[in-house]
Design a protein around this ligand. Structure first.
Ligand code: ATP
Ligand code: MG
Length: 581
């Protein structure tokens, strides 16, 4: 069976003149042949030794250069390429097509079908023939691609730009195994791509995804479970939809970052006294509940409910302690050392923005309430629970990194401590990641801790079945530790130079030239690169059936409509009470 037929030579481009592993130069004899080559087009090259084996390449550059110097000065590697010398003028025209090899396609007699693989069985020989893949030949190649992708683990993402009749599949296993990223300028179609992926994921019976939704864009998706962090107005209420994160979930580092100013002279004493008080309180609770096993092994980091008020009392006592000395009462060892710590504790506790930490209803402070919370976040068995959307839209931006980081850390740790056989893979979708996953430099200690939680997941999550899907419009602002761990990238239109450079760094060097199309792609069109796609390719992402609520506002049209009187009084009140309710 012939894979490709080029008998009439109408698609013949030229012959191989230079090979540098994946980069190949083709010498094209005539201008007519050169016109068949376009940047971004697929070509195939004959392999001399293999029966029905073709190398597939992608055109990077099409060059027609006129060399007007005498023959002796023509550069070494082009002097034999001179073609159609313009007699009398001393001009030579050299036509070259540069391409990057992408893989090999071949007919397998055993499988009785054609397959495509990213490996190169061999590099092309000098003088090997190169043909453009167009029309029927392109169609048969795209069929091979789609057929190779259409397996159980495949995830249909859209259609190929070069042939919109061919479905583009991702390998769903490989896509999530080693983290992935969806990057693109604002309005390029990231949220729609996420919704498209969510829609397909929700169809699997026990899939498990947690979406960090910063603008409430996904709050209407009918197939998802919706959870939100309570705003100041909702504090004290308890409901299935509200997610409190009681302060005792914080680990030692997070607590220290939140309450202790490490630049203070007495910082060391503060840490020690605070930690001792917390340990004592946790111990008291465990003793009362008869949790002997935990009592013997727990640490300061263990999430065990305790009363922060009692800790404050204890510190206040130490801060004001007077002891009996030889000549009457004297100040205790820690007298006055905790004044600032206590002020900071009080101010955090009374700050309504931190209400989800310090003002959870009593029901959330029970020993068993943490497990209930985890079911809310990580359950995949009950109705509509495969996709969990956490709405952070009511959370002020300055504390966003702390909360998102805390949720991510808790999910990761629960997954870590789940028995190996019972562990189910889980994906965290981090939309607008630049807002809470920025580069660490210059951030305050609390934010740094939050970013570190994600960095740890990026580095170690794979082993425990936790993957990140990073979504951002400013890849150059996102922590590079996290981004560099993303093995698959869906790059939508990206116009900013430094963002393009960041994306380029994530790609293997041989594919860099592909990225030149980043600024000129259409909305919803993406360049998908990584081990989950058979071929790094431009894909038109399918529209999700249920759209996210991210619709771009049409300024001009809106201004043409009549509108009610503006209610800024209410907006100002909302701003004061930090809630839109
Ligand atoms: N696959 C697609 N097909 C057709 N139109 C699309 C597609 N994806 C996005 N769009 C259009 O682009 C608009 C913006 O898309 P989207 O909200 O996904 O952008 P975004 O990249 O998430 O932007 P932001 O960074 O601001 O969140 C959509 O409202 C829709 O009209
Ligand atoms: Mg978006």
């Amino acid at each position: 069976m012939a894979l490709f037929e080029f008998e009439d030579n109408s698609l013949f481009l030229g012959t191989v003149r230079e090979v540098d592993t994946r980069k190949v130069s083709i010498l094209v004899k005539t201008d007519e042949n050169l016109r068949k080559a376009r940047v971004g087009q697929l070509v195939c090259l004959q392999v001399a030794s293999g029966v029905e084996t073709w190398l597939i390449g992608l055109v990077d550059k099409v060059i027609k250069s006129v060399i007007s110097s005498p023959i002796e000065t023509i550069k070494e590697n082009t002097d034999e390429d001179k073609h159609s010398p313009n007699e009398g003028t001393g001009e030579d025209v050299v036509n070259t097509v540069r391409l990057t090899l992408l893989g090999t396609t071949r007919w397998s007699a055993f499988l009785h079908s054609a397959t495509f693989s990213r490996s190169l069985v061999q590099v092309p020989d000098i003088e090997a023939q190169c043909y453009a893949l167009q029309d029927k030949q392109l169609e048969s190649f795209m069929n091979i691609l789609s057929a190779s992708g259409d397996k159980e683990q495949s995830l249909a993402l859209g259609t190929y730009t070069i042939d919109d009749s061919a479905t583009a599949y991702l390998d769903g296993n490989k896509f999530f195994q080693r983290h992935a990223a969806i990057l693109g300028s604002t309005g390029s179609g990231k949220s729609w791509t996420v919704a498209s992926l969510l829609e397909r994921t929700a169809k699997l019976p026990t899939s498990n995804m947690v979406v960090f939704d910063l603008h409430g864009e996904y709050r209407k998706l009918s197939y998802a479970r919706h959870i939100r962090i309570p705003g100041p107005e909702e504090l004290g209420k308890s409901s299935e939809e509200l997610l409190y994160l009681p302060y005792w979930l914080l680990n030692a580092d997070e607590m220290q970052a939140m309450f202790i100013d490490s630049s203070e002279f007495s910082a060391h004493n503060q840490v020690m006294a605070f930690q001792n008080a917390v340990i004592d309180e946790k111990k008291a609770v465990l003793t009362e509940l008869n949790k002997n096993e935990v009592l013997n092994a727990f640490t300061l980091d263990s999430p065990i409910p305790f009363s922060i008020q009692k800790v404050i009392h204890k510190l206040t006592d130490l801060n004001e302690e007077m002891t009996q000395g030889a000549r009457g009462l004297k100040q205790g060892n820690f007298f006055g050392q905790f004044s600032r710590l206590l002020t900071r504790l009080h101010s955090k506790l009374s700050d309504k923005r931190y209400g989800f930490l310090f003002h959870a209803p009593e029901s959330e402070h029970q020993y068993d309430s943490m497990a209930a919370m985890i079911y809310k976040l990580m359950d995949y068995k009950s109705d509509k629970s495969q996709i969990k959307v956490i709405d952070f839209s009511e959370v002020p931006s300055d504390i966003l990194p702390i909360i998102v980081g805390l949720v991510a850390r808790i999910i990761y740790q629960v997954q870590f401590w789940t028995d190996h056989e019972k562990r189910r893979p889980l994906v965290m979708v981090c939309d607008e990641a630049h807002l809470y996953l920025p580069k660490k430099e210059g951030k305050n200690p609390v934010e740094q801790r939050a970013i570190e939680s994600f960095e740890k997941i990026a580095k170690e999550g794979r082993k425990y079945g936790v993957a990140l899907l990073i979504v951002s419009q400013r890849p150059s602002d996102v922590s590079s530790t996290v981004l560099s761990q993303c093995n698959n990238v869906i790059a939508l239109r990206l116009t900013n130079g430094s963002d393009q450079a960041t994306v380029k760094k994530l790609m293997p060097e041989s594919l860099e030239s592909l990225l030149d199309v980043l600024p000129i792609m259409d909305i919803g069109e993406a360049l998908v690169v990584g081990d989950s796609v058979l071929l790094p390719s431009r894909i038109k992402i399918s529209e999700p059936l249920e759209k996210p609520l991210s619709a771009t506002i049409d300024f001009w049209s809106e201004w043409q409509k009549g509108a009610e009187k503006p209610d800024y009084v209410r907006a100002v009140e909302n701003m004061r009470k930090q809630g839109r309710g």
